[in-house]
Design a protein around this ligand. Sequence first.
Ligand SMILES: *[C@@H]1O[C@H](CO)[C@@H](O)[C@H](O)[C@H]1NC(C)=O
Ligand SMILES: CC(=O)N[C@H]1CO[C@H](CO)[C@@H](O)[C@@H]1O
Length: 266
Amino acid sequence: MLLGRLAGSRPPLAALGLLLLRRVPAGHAPLHCSAQRLGGARVAVVLSGCGVYDGTEIHEASAILVHLSRGGASIQMYAPNISQMHVIDHTKGQPAEGESRNVLTESARIARGKISDLGKLTANDFDAVIFPGGFGAAKNLSTFAVDGKDCKVNGDVERVLKDFHKAGKPIGLCCISPILAAKVLPGTEVTVGHEEEQGGKWPYAGTAGAIKALGGKHQIKEVTEAHVDTKNKVVTTPAFMCETELHHIFDGIGAMVKNVLKLTGK
Ligand SMILES: *[C@@H]1O[C@H](CO)[C@@H](O)[C@H](O)[C@H]1NC(C)=O
Ligand SMILES: CC(=O)N[C@H]1CO[C@H](CO)[C@@H](O)[C@@H]1O
């Protein structure tokens, strides 16, 4: 009886699809967490694709957006309009031969369509900037995956990092993206977690050595912690550099976002 009534009151699936289509015109998808709020910090989030092995780590991006939303920030997402170095088939962990994707187009999936070209991001319009991790930061935002300590950083990424730093506005990074700050802002203190593998808990522990080779100062931190370089206003957390449960990564990103927002003074 009850089941029958519920089923009867539900619009058929096809109609639901039409309703959704009508309410969400392409390119104007509403994103609740980017709703403009008065008084909160204005934060730019820079993406590098969609998927851990060739773009932005999706869970990190999502955790950043959730914590920013809770912290009362208004959010705008950006990505460079360039082609990805690789397209990785995530079921195999191997490059998909003959495929090519655009970093901005892929990042728009995470942003639910509301994203701008990184070339348009200026420090004037924001109180802080945050870079999630994922191999896109090492493949598309820089050439770290190929060139290690001799890597080049994407021109707009370099400009954005220098402009926010010069303006005394905080910069948040996690997972592998602290290499960007180490390279562009020499002498900056960052963390990518621990410096020893510790039986597989820190599979990318060698990155700490790369941070030093790039000109950064490495700080050992747990996955649930963030390191704050108060002088440079750079806040970092290990995230997926650690082999652990997702909620610990979520909490570490929470600590990073909280400290970034605190440094904005808003
Ligand atoms: C990205 O670049 C292409 C080619 O230059 C251009 O056609 C496209 O409009 C750009 N996309 C955005 C969103 O700026
Ligand atoms: C296809 C490709 O490799 N695209 C770029 C990804 O980003 C790096 C760093 O900016 C560039 O060097 C690549 O050309």
